[in-house]
Write a protein that binds this ligand. Structure first.
Ligand SMILES: C[S@@+](CC[C@H](N)C(=O)[O-])C[C@H]1O[C@@H](n2cnc3c(N)ncnc32)[C@H](O)[C@@H]1O
Length: 261
C-alpha cells in the first residue's frame, strides 16, 4: 500500500477542476491579496500544483519580475506549464520543498498554498524558504486543519474511522496549530493569520466535499480496517443526508503571512 496521496494525473485533474469553482477562485483572490505581488518582484511558488496562483502572481509582477513554480508531481508540472505558457516571466520546474537549491536571498516573496502539510520534514522546508528569501522578504502560506472539519454524519463512529484513515494522506493533519511556532523558530516574524472557511450546502454537488467523498472513499479502503463496503456505505450516507436536507460540511484553512527579519 502506498503512503500519502499521489498527485497523479487523476488527482491532479480533479484538483484542477475544483480550483476553477467560484469558491476556490475567491480563495485564490484571498491568497493574492495577502501576497500583494508588486511589479518587478521575484517570487517563488512552492508546490505550484496546476499553476493557477503561479499565473496570477506572474500577472502581478509583470515582465520585469519573475515567478518560479516548483512541484514534485509530473502531472501537476504539465498542467502548470500549460497554464503559465502565456507569461514569459513564469517558469515551472521540478523541485522539492526541502531542497530548493539556488542562491540565498533571491526572492522577494515566497508562497506555498496547501503544500507544507504534505512535507514530512516541514521545518527543513521552512528553513529553505527563509534561506531563499531576501531580508525583509514576505511569505504567505496556507494550510488546512483536517482535525477540525465539521462534517455531519448519521454514523459518527464510522465518520471518525474514515477520517483517521484519511489522516494518512498527509504528514501533518493539523499543521496550522503549530505553524506559528515553527515560523518563529526559523526566524520569520508572523504578522497576520487569517482563517478561510469552506462551507457547503447540500445542493453543492460539485464542491470540495463532493470531491472529498470520492478521494477519501478511494484512499481509505484497506487502511485502518476499512472495507470497500464500509467506504461505500459512508459515501451513501452523505448522499442520503444531502437528499434529506441534513447535510453540513465546513472546514477551516489558515493563511499565515510572515516576514524575514
Ligand atoms: C493540494 S496541491 C496544492 C497546489 C497549489 N499550491 C494550489 O494551491 O493550487 C499540493 C501540491 O504540493 C505538491 N507537493 C507535495 N509535496 C511537495 C514537495 N515536497 N515539494 C514540492 N511540491 C510538493 C504536490 O505535488 C501538489 O501539486
Amino acid at each position: 500500500m502506498s503512503t500519502g496521496l499521489a498527485f497523479d494525473r487523476e488527482m491532479s485533474s480533479r484538483l484542477e477542476k475544483q480550483y476553477t469553482r467560484p469558491a476556490m477562485v475567491l480563495r485564490r483572490a484571498h491568497a493574492l491579496a495577502l501576497a500583494a505581488p508588486k511589479l518587478g518582484e521575484d517570487v517563488l511558488d512552492v508546490g505550484s500544483g496546476p499553476g493557477f496562483l503561479t499565473a496570477d502572481l506572474a500577472a502581478g509582477v509583470g515582465e520585469d519580475g519573475s515567478v518560479l513554480g516548483i512541484d514534485q508531481s509530473e502531472a501537476m508540472l504539465s498542467l502548470a506549464s500549460e497554464r503559465c505558457a502565456v507569461w514569459p516571466q513564469a517558469r515551472i520546474e521540478e523541485g522539492d520543498a526541502i531542497a530548493l537549491g539556488g542562491e540565498d536571498g533571491r526572492f522577494d516573496l515566497v508562497v506555498s498554498t496547501q503544500v507544507l502539510e504534505y512535507v514530512a520534514e516541514v521545518d527543513r522546508a521552512l528553513a529553505e524558504i527563509v534561506r531563499v528569501l531576501r531580508p525583509g522578504g514576505r511569505v504567505v502560506l496556507l494550510a488546512s486543519d483536517w482535525r477540525a472539519v465539521a462534517w455531519h454524519s448519521s454514523d459518527e463512529a464510522r465518520m471518525d474511522r474514515m477520517f483517521s484513515a484519511w489522516e494518512e494522506h498527509l504528514a501533518h493533519p493539523a499543521l496550522p496549530r503549530t505553524l506559528g511556532r515553527r515560523l518563529a523558530d526559523v526566524g520569520l516574524a508572523v504578522d497576520r493569520i487569517e482563517r478561510h472557511s469552506i462551507i457547503e450546502r447540500a445542493e453543492d454537488r460539485t464542491g470540495y466535499s463532493a470531491m472529498l467523498v470520492g478521494a477519501i472513499g478511494n484512499f481509505a479502503v484497506g487502511r485502518r480496517g476499512i472495507s470497500e463496503e464500509e467506504a461505500t456505505a459512508w459515501a451513501g450516507d452523505q448522499e442520503a443526508l444531502r437528499e434529506s436536507g441534513e447535510f453540513h460540511f465546513s472546514m477551516g484553512q489558515y493563511f499565515f503571512c510572515a516576514e524575514r527579519r
